[in-house]
Write a protein that binds this ligand. Structure first.
Ligand code: HEM
Length: 258
């Protein structure tokens, strides 16, 4: 099998998974204040709510589908009596609908990010780039559906399951399993692994903490209201004298003269 195939599907997965694990641990350890989505809701709520709901609904369904679909051992589906063809059709239909939801949401979010001058100004290169990469990956994923329609018995899908599980079980020569699949599948796999590679350096890290912290908001959250609040009466701050020396009685705070 070709050298490039060995590198892309036999070596690259391990580079990406190692950077994903180590990079996430290091960023969490050293840069916890950058571990956030960098929300722009404060700048413009319009387009965010619909875009965000569609995008997250789609991407979470795809993520769960990919995780279960690729990493559940094949014998589990066989033991449950799920025919390979049925699993293939489920992946295409459920994944296709979720993919379209996600694409619509992603395009709304991208339009908002690129064309709202205030959001554009406050976005980093990484904020826009990762959204564009995810949209590209979605398009590649959706483009696999017509190809999968040519092998509805699920035999091609079995190759991807064997490959993904083989990577995690360090099976030698695992790249050979996907050597003859359609180039669109290969492009989707390579870009998917690249997303894992850059994951720790982007706002995507919020995926790891969102289920734990966002539900009961243990992190820092600044909330500002648009309402005009009644002015608080001015309170003069007490002046604390300097720290008493050893043996000296601490003086009580003095209020400045009116
Ligand atoms: C390492 C990461 C990824 C891998 C290994 C991967 C693998 C695959 C495979 C093998 C298929 C074809 C399933 C089949 O028909 O048998 C597929 C389809 C698809 N993928 Fe991915 N993918 C990855 C990441 C992503 C990401 C990040 C997205 C979206 C943002 C995505 C969106 C889709 C969509 C929409 C489809 C078509 C519907 C479906 O079959 O589920 N994939 N992916």
């Amino acid at each position: 099998m070709s050298f490039l195939n060995q590198v892309l599907f036999g070596v690259y997965p391990y580079i990406c998974l190692s950077v994903l694990a180590l990079g996430s641990i290091l960023r969490f350890d050293r840069e916890q204040y950058t571990w956030r989505t960098g929300s722009s809701q404060l700048l413009r709520r319009r387009q965010l709510v619909l875009g965000s709901i569609l995008f997250h609904l789609g991407v979470l369904t795809i993520f769960a589908g990919h995780f279960v679909g690729l990493l559940t051992p094949i014998w589990v589906f066989d033991a449950l009596g799920v025919p390979h063809g049925a699993k293939q059709i489920l992946a295409m239909v459920a994944g296709g609908v979720a993919g379209l939801f996600c694409l619509a949401g992603g395009l709304l979010l991208l339009h908002r990010r690129l064309f709202d001058p205030r959001i554009r100004k406050t976005s980093s290169f990484g904020d826009s780039a990762i959204l564009i990469v995810l949209i590209l990956q979605l398009c590649l994923g959706l483009a696999t559906i017509p190809i999968s329609a040519h092998h509805l018995d699920g035999h091609e899908m079995l190759k991807f399951m064997t490959w993904a599980q083989g990577v995690f079980t360090f099976r030698p020569g695992i790249a050979d399993v996907v050597a003859d699949v359609h180039p669109i599948f290969k492009a989707h796999l390579v870009l998917g692994m690249t997303i894992l590679l850059v994951f720790p350096f982007t706002r995507l890290v919020h995926m790891l903490s969102a289920p734990i912290w966002y539900l009961n908001r243990r992190g820092w959250q600044l909330v500002r209201t648009r309402r005009t609040l009644p002015r608080r009466p001015e309170v003069a701050a007490p002046i604390y004298p300097s720290t008493p020396r050893a043996g000296q009685r601490p003086a009580s705070p003095q209020t400045p003269a009116e």
